[in-house]
Design a protein around this ligand. Structure first.
Ligand code: FES
Length: 111
């Protein structure tokens, strides 16, 4: 079974999880009670983590992560709620500040 190590609020939580598990779902059933998350559907960025180890075992970022994290993806940030755990993974939710992309102002098409 994959082993997940989560650094959050000064704690290091290590748990084995079922293959293809989702950490937000596991947080909901109290396997990762300190995991920070919100919507669970890739819209709020509250679950943002920095991948410390095991990025090669994750699927590439999906369109929600690309939309919400933009250039932060290149620095190793991911949306935890969008990750499917297939192998060992080490992530951190310590001191993460992600600025959401600003919505473009809707301009008028009238001339
Ligand atoms: S929980 Fe809201 S984006 Fe992941």
């Amino acid at each position: 079974m994959p082993k997940v190590t989560l650094h959050v609020d000064g704690d290091v939580i290590e748990q084995e999880v079922k293959s293809h598990a989702n950490l937000v779902v596991l947080a909901g059933i109290k396997q990762f009670p300190k995991l920070k998350y919100g919507c669970g559907i890739g819209k709020c960025t509250k679950c943002t983590c920095k991948v410390l180890n095991g990025e090669e075992n994750l699927d590439p970022p999906n369109w929600k992560e690309e939309k919400m994290l933009g250039d932060h993806l290149k620095k190793g940030y991911r949306l935890t709620c969008q990750l499917t755990i297939k192998d060992d993974l080490k992530i951190s939710q310590e001191n993460i500040v992600i600025q959401k992309k600003k919505k473009l102002a809707q301009g008028s098409n009238r001339t």
